[in-house]
Design a protein around this ligand. Structure first.
Ligand code: NDP
Length: 280
């Protein structure tokens, strides 16, 4: 019989994480005898916690706020996705070697691939410049021929750092003022909210009248499912992309890295949405 493997997520806070329910439902659906837990790890305990996970032979783990960057120095190897983003959200224990990955790249881009988005020539607006925005801009750098990537963020310093990252990756990238948001939403083909605005049902700073019809509006906030921004996007006849789609896709990619198997995405969705199914 294959050994029972254990996986987890570490972060602080972590109790809100939906990864345990998604990953355990995936193991169950495929009849894999593995378990996935969540552990609150304060920043002061990160080094010891990684050593503990190593010594108990953890098979793999996810990493969330605030450890996605600080964990880099405790890992043995980085995959290209982690190296290019300079952040890790997934670790595989390969016979004692801890390898870092960033599945947020795949998580972000996969819902756009599913919609058969053509990237050549499009104008992209990223609102936000936190950890998730780095994964997003790195994922976009793999797409050829983007016309421009505009970054708008509350803190202009953080926006400038993200722009530097985008430029290094070869994107035609620049920063604009948060106060002129409407000017840039109106000329964008793909608008991405990568801030935490919406998490507490706040009103989005994006004005519905300044969303182009037939543009794509992607809100990576996944709870609530329908954020104010996505409601406005629907009314403006834009295509909406939900944050939960990224959440599931990044989890599915982590599952594949750990098990070598395609994740049972429908089972993961069912675990999140129950008998009522996926929202439309
Ligand atoms: P960070 O804390 O690293 O960054 C937060 C970002 O939001 C910064 O750009 C910050 O601006 C901005 N921000 C926060 N509050 C406000 C506000 N009131 N007004 C304007 N801007 C604000 O978080 P992450 O990048 O890790 O995550 C961002 C969001 O994305 C979270 O809600 C998270 O849950 C979600 N997420 C979703 C994922 C998914 O799979 N769907 C994956 C990862 C994250 P400033 O720089 O000025 O502080």
């Amino acid at each position: 019989m294959p050994p029972i493997k254990t996986y987890c997520i570490i972060g602080d806070p972590v109790q809100h994480s939906l990864s345990p329910i998604m990953q355990n439902s995936a193991f169950f659906a495929l009849g894999i005898k593995s378990s996935y837990f969540s552990f609150r790890v304060p920043s002061t305990d990160l080094k010891e916690s990684i050593e503990s996970l190593r010594s108990i032979g953890i098979a793999g783990f996810n990493v969330t706020v605030p450890h996605k960057i600080s964990i880099l120095k405790y890992l043995d190897k980085l995959d290209q996705t982690a190296f290019k983003t300079n952040a890790v959200n997934t670790v595989k224990n390969d016979e004692g070697i801890l390898i870092g990955y960033n599945t947020d790249l795949y998580g972000f881009i996969q819902p756009l691939y599913e919609r058969k988005v053509k990237f050549k020539g499009i104008k992209v607006l990223i609102i936000g410049a936190g950890g998730a925005a780095y994964a997003i801009i790195t994922a976009l750098s793999y797409e050829k021929g983007l016309s421009e990537v505009i970054v708008v963020n509350r803190s202009s310093d953080n926006a400038s750092k993200l722009v530097q990252h985008g430029l290094k990756l070869g994107l035609n990238c620049h920063r604009e003022n948060f106060n002129n948001l409407s000017t840039f939403t109106l000329r964008s083909d793909l608008i991405i909210n990568a801030t935490s605005i919406g998490l507490n049902d706040e009103t989005s700073p994006v004005d519905q009248d300044y969303i182009k019809p037939n543009s794509i509006v992607y809100d990576i906030v996944y709870k609530p499912v329908y954020t104010d921004l996505l409601r406005k996007a629907r009314k403006a006849n834009a295509t909406v992309v939900f944050g939960y789609e990224m959440l599931i896709a990044q989890g599915a990619q982590a599952f594949k890295i750990w098990t070598g198997l395609d994740a049972p995405v429908d089972a993961m969705k069912k675990a999140l949405f129950g008998i009522f199914g996926e929202p439309t």
